[in-house]
Design a protein around this ligand. Sequence first.
Ligand code: ATR
Length: 280
Amino acid sequence: MIKLYGVIGDPIVQSMSPIMQSQEFNELGIDAHYHPFHILDKDLQDAVKGMKAIGVEGFNVTSPHKTMIMPFLDYIDPLAKAIGAVNTVVRINDEFHGYNTDGMGYIKALQADWKEDFTNDKALIIGAGGASKAIFYTLLSRGMKNIDIANRSVDKANQLIVDCPFEGNSNAITLKEAEAKIGEYQLIIQTTSIGMYPNVSESPLSFENLHKDAFVSDIIYNPFETALLKEANEKGAKTQNGLGMFVYQGALAFEKWTGLTPDVSRMTDIVIKHLGGKTC
Ligand code: ATR
């Protein structure tokens, strides 16, 4: 019988997950349908119950439901619990189990584009929202120690550090302080929406003092090259956009649902094609 999967969010039309996941189900010969569901906040609990009742095998969760869905699931994986957000739900023994593959998706993309082991490097995360938290906590849970967080409101960055259940050596700093000491970091991760289409000329900070050996990630992939990444490239640094993180979080979800390893480069190609064919 055909297996049902999907993604829930509000809005949902923009999601690239349906084309990306459907292609892999098809290519790997799995008889499945992956559907985008537009779910409003007020209907979230009913939607989860309904998905369980009709036999949905698994689904992705996107904005704004990643945190709100947690009380409606039967089990939450410890990392997802620490992050306070679920992006992947798997049916196991007729229970819905919640996971967070965003942070691991980021790490897999970083390993693919930069290097396998970066635990002894010093990192700066720009931003202190949900994406920042997923990346920060996952990096610490994987053994990285020195990660500072720069944010417009330093209090919010500090709260993230205080709430963190993983051991590390982190400071909350202002964006101005980050600009001044940017040369100290081997890895810089931009997690805010600053620079995203249509505000493509905006940047959270200046890279005047960026070290040319630094690696700079921006989790935005529309545009493929944000103003921040352009400046980093001009300084001679290596860069990556958010496409890899998106593809790997989806690949990890696919593995949890099926036990099979999807083809990440094929997934990347279809998303790039869908976004208009340009790459960073
Ligand atoms: P997400 O959950 O997608 O990561 P979010 O929770 O809305 O997004 O977080 C947005 C992040 O972008 C925050 O760090 C926010 O800074 P504040 O905590 O000070 O609000 C940051 N951000 C958004 N717009 C910004 C702007 N114009 N200038 C500086 N920081 C901005």
